[in-house]
Design a protein around this ligand. Structure first.
Ligand code: SF4
Ligand code: SF4
Length: 317
C-alpha cells in the first residue's frame, strides 16, 4: 500500500471516519478480512431449511459469501457504513402501512453515492487504493461484516442492533486493499429479552437470529414472485409493503437516532399508501409513481396482490 504522503494508517482511518460522518453516516467500522467458514455453515443450514423462500439469488455465489477474496483478490480491510433512516414521524393510519425504510427515496443509490465519495477521498491519499462497494446488492454477508466491524450485534430478530442507533439503519460495505487496524466487536445486549420473537404475528422468528421468510410479512409484501399466491391465512396486520413489528417492539429502538438525510423522510408526508391512489395505479404508471422509491421492488402485480389480500379478496373475485 503506497500512501501519497507520510500518513499514519490510524490517522487515515480516523480521517475516513470523520469524512464519512460529514456525509451523514452515523457509524463506520473496520473489519479485517477473514474466511467465514463457521458462518457459511450456518447460512447453508438456513438455506437447507428453505428459509430463503423463493429468493433464489440467496443460494448463488456461496463461495464468494464465504471468501470475499474471490471478489477483490487483495482485500484486506472491510469498511462498514451505518446510515440511519429513522425519523420522528409515526404511522398515521393502521392500514396500507409502509415499512419505515421505504418511506423516502431508495437507499441503494443514496448510500452508494456517499460511499463512492469516501472512496474518492481515500484515492486522493493512497495511490494503490482498490475497492468494491456493495449496498445490499452482491454476495456479501452484510450483517456478519457489520458485527465483525463493531457496528453492533445481531439481534434475535436477525437485524444488526446498535446501542446508539437501534436497528433502523442501512448498511453499506466497501471491500478495500487498505490494511487498517480493525475495530472491536461489541457485546450482544439482547440478554433475556425476546420481545421481537413474541411480537412477530406470524411466528416467523423460528429461533434467535433465524427468520423463516416463508412466514414473514416482509417477504410476502416485497419479495414474492409474481406467480406466487399469498397464503390465505397469512394476516398482513395492515402492512402493504414490509413489516416493522419486530423492530417497533425492540427496546433499543427507543434510542434510535434521527437521520440527517432528508431523502429518507416520508414522501409527501405519507407513511401509508392511500386506497384511492392504489385504485388509480396501472401497470403503465406504476414505474413513474414509485420512481426512486424502494416500493417499486414489489412490482405492480405484487403491490396489487398485497392490496387485495389486505381487503380479503383474491385476484379472481
Ligand atoms: S418483519 Fe414482521 S413478520 Fe417478519 S419477522 Fe419481523 S415481525 Fe415477523
Ligand atoms: S426485541 Fe429484544 S431480543 Fe429482539 S432484537 Fe431487540 S433487544 Fe434483542
Amino acid at each position: 500500500m503506497i500512501l501519497n504522503k507520510e500518513i499514519n494508517i490510524n490517522f487515515l482511518k480516523n480521517n475516513i471516519k470523520e469524512f464519512s460522518y460529514s456525509l451523514g453516516f452515523e457509524k463506520v467500522g473496520f473489519a479485517r478480512f477473514r474466511f467465514f467458514s463457521k458462518e457459511i455453515e450456518k447460512y447453508k443450514n438456513w438455506l437447507a431449511n428453505g428459509y430463503q423462500a423463493s429468493m433464489n439469488y440467496l443460494e448463488r455465489n456461496i463461495d464468494k459469501r464465504e471468501n470475499i477474496g474471490l471478489i477483490l483478490s487483495d482485500v484486506k480491510s472491510i469498511i462498514v457504513f451505518a446510515h440511519s433512516y429513522f425519523t420522528d414521524v409515526q404511522h398515521s393510519k393502521s392500514i396500507f402501512k409502509i415499512s419505515r425504510y421505504a418511506w423516502g427515496d431508495d437507499y441503494h443509490d443514496i448510500l452508494e453515492k456517499k460511499i463512492r465519495k469516501v472512496a474518492n477521498f481515500i484515492s486522493e491519499q493512497v495511490d494503490t487504493f482498490k475497492f468494491k462497494i456493495y449496498v445490499d446488492t452482491g454476495p456479501i454477508l452484510e450483517k456478519i461484516w457489520a458485527v465483525e466491524a463493531g457496528i453492533g450485534w445481531q439481534g434475535k430478530n436477525s437485524l444488526v442492533l446498535s446501542q446508539e442507533l437501534g436497528s433502523y439503519f442501512f448498511i453499506g460495505i466497501m471491500l478495500t486493499n487498505l490494511d487498517v487496524p480493525p475495530d472491536t466487536k461489541v457485546v450482544d445486549r439482547c440478554g433475556e429479552c425476546r420481545k421481537c420473537i413474541d411480537a412477530c404475528p406470524t411466528n416467523a422468528i423460528v429461533s434467535p437470529k433465524v427468520v423463516d421468510s416463508r412466514k414473514c410479512i416482509s417477504f410476502w409484501t416485497i419479495e414474492k414472485k409474481i406467480h406466487e399466491e399469498i397464503p390465505h391465512q397469512l394476516d398482513f396486520k395492515g402492512w402493504i409493503f414490509g413489516c416493522d413489528i419486530c423492530q417497533e417492539v425492540c427496546p433499543w429502538n427507543s434510542k434510535a437516532k434521527i437521520t440527517k438525510e432528508l431523502a429518507f423522510y416520508p414522501r409527501n408526508g405519507k407513511t401509508n399508501l392511500e386506497e384511492e391512489d392504489l385504485m388509480k395505479l396501472t401497470i403503465e404508471n406504476f414505474k413513474e409513481v414509485f420512481r426512486k422509491s424502494p416500493i417499486k421492488r414489489a412490482k405492480f402485480e405484487g403491490l396489487m396482490k398485497n392490496y387485495l389480500h389486505l381487503r380479503g379478496l383474491n385476484e379472481f373475485e
